[in-house]
Design a protein around this ligand. Sequence first.
Ligand code: ADP
Length: 483
Amino acid sequence: MSNNDKTKVLFAAFECAPFLKTGGLGDVAGALPAALKSDDTDCRVILPLLSQIPAEYKEKMQYVENYYVDLGWRSQYCGLFTLRKGGVMYYFLDNEYYFKRAGIYGEFDDGERVAFFSKAVLETVRHICGTFAPDIIHANDWHTALIPVFLREQYNGDPLYDHIKTVFTIHNLKFQGQYNPMMTGEVLGLAGTPAEGQMCHDDAVNFLQGAVIYADAVTTVSPTYADEICGQGCGEGLEGLFQSRRYKLSGIINGIDRKSYDPETDKAIAVNYNADTLDKKEENKLALQREMGLFEDPDCPVFAMVGRLTKQKGANLLTDLLPEFMHRYMQVVVLGTGESEYEQALGSFAYTSGGKISARIAFDEGLARRIYAGADVFMMPSEFEPCGLAQMIAMRYGTLPLVRETGGLKDTVTGYWDAGEHANGFSFKNFDTIGLRNCTDLALDLWFNHKDTWRKLQRNAVSMDYSWDASAEEYRNLYRSLL
Ligand code: ADP
């Protein structure tokens, strides 16, 4: 298929690894577009030229041209730069007033900054359409939520734009872009349009709400989370909106970088291994026990947690149960930072446990990898989890996930309780200590009394394909369904 016949996807995000990343959105924007490129799809990425992007990338960018972008009554400069990296074409939009700031987010005028970016993305289509006329614009999170709104309200009837379909993906529902409704006319130039009425929620204009209403398809990062946000108390105030747009809402699970997270080549771990040499995990376990000050014992199962120490991640359930766990034949390793009550509780349990519990309050990529390799069980008893990457990484390393059945955890982990030897981990339903305790006891029973079944579960876990390729195919199917 020639490049002209391919479906052209313009992927818009405010951050993108390796240029700039503050969270999961940056990871997805950095990995998904390359995976989306295929025989029938071309994907290019469009980003703001934020001043925090390192000079090594800026120096390689090519200036193309500049033009002016109308935003409400303002007309603002926009410079266009390009950079090709890893087979992907990146467009960077420059405006020093909006993007040369001390912080990436948290500026007094974030609403206006993201509105400018969204409008500039659409205006840029006019300037790149000779080589790349998008069929789909894929917007991500509240920073780009105005793209579907502006497209329908301000470009309607323009033949260059009428055929363009929009996909809006929610990575983080906590941030929605809520501002004084005055902004709708003053800054967005949407006064008197249907959008003005539709985007207001609790006396505020809500950018994300606008995207959910105006986009042709809305996705979030796992099918179960897509269901959950329609339910009472799980949609950050937008449950009703999601229910009414359920017909166009779906969930597509994120992938992990299988090259980087590969126990066969991972340089951070003590001994490399693969699906056929899982018994080498034992050497990694002994090394981990040594590193973390636990007593060295290959027979004692190591339960691990790596992540933000917050209630969302179930840190409260773990700290409530540690006094009991101290009396079981098991060890607990925790790596993370977060709320001080959990950091302090973990520190003092570790101090008094006599080598059964160990906690490192830090962000340490290398240690995280050694924990994935050396632990036997990886705990994620989350209250909610839009997708979750850590459970997929743990499986890649043959470490059985023990999770609460929520969001992406439910979609990726099949629990032993329900699936027996077809399981790839352990899971429990209710977000309480009873659930976590029972599930832990089930895992302990399997570890001590059914070693062969344990190995089967490990094999099931390492053979799961949580690559970006699988996610990309689902996104491509979604795009096709819209054209
Ligand atoms: P989140 O909701 O925090 O994005 P995920 O499970 O999706 O949770 O991703 C968390 C990622 O960050 C995983 O790759 C995990 O290994 C890593 N991580 C989290 N906390 C730490 C830490 N303290 N040290 C090293 N890596 C960490």
